[in-house]
Design a protein. Structure first.
Lengths: 311, 311
C-alpha cells in the first residue's frame, strides 16, 4: 500500500495546473512501475490538497451563476482527474518496461461518523488565502476561517477520522485480478450513513495518510509506505542536531510523537498512520521519499516502524 | 449493458444542482436495483451533458484566477460525482431489497483516433448559450461557436468516434467478481495514443450511446439497453401519424435512419448505437424508458432491434 502526497503531484509552486500535474505524476509513476517490476502488488492512494483547493476556489468564483460544488464533490472530482493521469502515465511507465500489468482507478468513499468531533470544530485549512474583510463575510455565511500567518485568512473544514473504506471490496477484487489499483484518493469521499437515505457525502476532508493506513489494513497489505518529500521522519527537524529516524518500534514512535517531534498536518499524521498500521496488523510501516521506496522497504534508508523491536 | 441519459440525472429544468442530481439518480437506481433483483448482471454507463456544461462554465468564469480545466478533465470529474451518487443510491436501493450485491465505479477512458474527422469539424454543442459578441471573442481564442436558435450562441466541440474502452478489463474483472459496474460515464474520457507519451486526454466529448455499444461488445453483453425519456423510437415523431417502433431488424432500422426519421444528437445516436451492437454481436439492442426496461427486454414494450427478423 503506497500513499503519495498531493503536493508531489502539482507544480513546484504548488499550483495544480493540468500540465504540471501530469508531469509530476509521470515522475511518480516511474517509481511505482519500478516497484511493480520488482514483483510487488501495489495499491495506490494519493493526496489532493492543491487540486481540491483549486476546485473549491473555482466553484466560489462562479457561485453566483452556476450551482456551487460541495466540498465532497470537489474531492470526488480530484479522484477522477488524478486517477486519469495515473492511468495514463502508469500504463506508459509499465509498457516502457514491458510489464503487461493493468491499472484501474476507483471512485471511492470513506465512511466517517456523523458525530465525529471534527464536525463541531473544523480544523483543517484548505484552499486560498483571503483578506480579513472577505473572511468575515464568509464567516457570516456559516463557514469557518482563521488567520494563518502573514498570508492572510484561510478556510477551516472538518477533518473527521476515517472509519471504513466503503469501496475496499472493489479494490480487493481488482487486486486479486492482477491490477494496480488507485483507491481512496484524497482520503476518500467523506460519507456518512443515515437511517433513511443510506450513504450520503458530507462536506469535509479526510487525512489521506490515515485513510491509507485503514485501506492498507482492509486489503491486508504487507507494508504501508507513506511517500513524502523527505527521506525519513526526523528528530529535531530544522535544528542543528536534526537526525533521521531509521528503525523504530510503535511504542518508541508514539513516545516521540507525544513529545511534539512531528508537526500537525505535516509529519504528524504520517507518523500516526504508519504507527496505527503497524499496531493493528503487526506489519511494517515506512515513511520515505518516492525514489527511495524500494531501498526503504529493504531497510537501507527511510523510517521503518515495527510492531516490536527489529531483530 | 445499460446506458442512462445525462438529462435523466439532473433537475427537471436541466440544471444539474447537486441535490437534484442525487434525487434523479436515486429514482433511476431504483429501476436498476429492480433489474439486479431479476438476476441480471448490470454494467451501467451514463451521459453527462448538463453536468459537463456546468463544470465548463464554472472553469470559464474562474479562468482569470485559477488554471482553467480542460474539457476532458471536466468529463472525468463528472464520472466521479455521478459515480459517487450511483454508488450511494444504488447501494441503498439494493440494501432495501435485501440484495447483497456490491457496486463499483471506475475512472475510465475511451480511445479515439487523433485524425478523427470530428477534430477538424467540431459539431457537438455543449455548455451555456451566449450572445453573439461574447461568442465572437471566444472564437478569437480558437474556440468554435455557432448560433443555435433563439437562445443564442453555443460552443461546438469535437465528438470523435469511440474506438476502444481502454479500461474495459477492469470493468470485466469487477463484473466477474459479482459487482454492478459503472464505466465509461459521459462516453469515457476522450484519449488518444501518442508514440512518445502513450495515452493522453484530449478536449472532446464522445457520444455516450456509441461508447455504450462499444463497451457492451467488449464485455460480451447479452443485451444493450439505451434508456431515454420515451418508451420507444418513434416514426414520424411529432406528427399526427407518429407511431412507436417495436421489433425491427438492423437493416430495416438503418433504412429508416437513412430516411431521416431520427434526430441528430437525440434519437439518431441511440438508433445507431443499438444497430451497431446488434450487427456486431448478433444480440438484441433495446431503446426504451427507464421504468420499462424489464418489460422491454421481455418484448412487451419499447424498440428492439434484432440482427435478423425476430421469429
Amino acid at each position: 500500500m503506497l500513499a503519495l502526497g498531493g503536493n508531489a503531484m502539482s507544480g513546484a509552486d504548488g499550483v495544480a495546473r493540468p500540465d504540471d500535474q501530469r508531469e509530476a505524476i509521470a515522475v511518480a509513476m516511474d517509481s511505482v512501475a519500478e516497484l511493480v517490476s520488482e514483483g510487488h502488488e501495489v495499491v495506490l492512494t494519493h493526496g489532493n490538497g492543491p487540486q481540491v483547493g483549486n476546485l473549491l476556489y473555482t466553484s466560489e468564483l462562479a457561485a453566483g451563476v452556476v450551482p456551487p460544488t460541495p466540498l465532497d464533490w470537489c474531492g470526488a472530482q480530484t479522484q477522477a482527474t488524478i486517477g486519469m493521469l495515473v492511468l495514463d502515465t502508469l500504463d506508459q511507465a509499465l509498457a516502457t518496461r514491458g510489464l503487461p500489468v493493468p491499472v484501474a482507478a476507483l471512485v471511492s468513499r470513506t465512511l466517517v461518523a456523523e458525530d465525529d468531533p471534527g464536525f463541531a470544530k473544523p480544523s483543517k485549512p484548505i484552499g486560498r488565502y483571503v483578506q480579513q474583510s472577505e473572511a468575515a463575510l464568509l464567516v457570516e455565511h456559516g463557514q469557518h476561517w482563521r488567520e494563518i500567518g502573514a498570508r492572510g485568512w484561510r478556510r477551516l473544514v472538518a477533518s473527521p477520522e476515517p472509519v471504513r473504506c466503503l469501496d475496499f471490496p472493489a479494490a480487493k477484487a481488482l487486486l486479486t485480478a492482477g491490477f494496480v489499483v488507485v483507491c481512496s484518493g484524497g482520503g476518500g469521499i467523506p460519507t456518512v450513513r443515515r437511517e433513511a437515505e443510506g450513504y450520503v457525502g458530507v462536506e469535509a476532508v479526510i487525512d489521506k495518510d490515515l485513510t491509507a493506513a485503514l485501506l492498507a489494513e482492509q486489503v491486508l497489505a504487507d507494508v504501508l509506505v507513506i511517500a513524502t518529500d523527505v527521506e525519513a521522519a526526523v528528530l529535531g527537524f530544522g535544528t542543528p542536531g536534526a537526525h533521521p529516524i531509521g528503525d523504530v518500534t510503535t511504542e518508541e514512535l508514539r513516545t516521540l510523537a507525544s513529545e511534539g517531534h512531528f508537526a500537525d498536518g505535516s509529519m504528524g499524521p504520517k507518523v500516526e498512520a504508519v504507527t496505527r498500521f503497524a499496531e493493528r496488523t503487526r506489519n511494517i510501516g515506512v515513511i520515505t521519499s518516492l525514489p527511495l521506496i524500494a531501498q526503504a522497504v529493504a531497510g537501507a534508508v527511510g523510517t521503518r516502524v515495527h510492531p516490536v523491536s527489529p531483530a
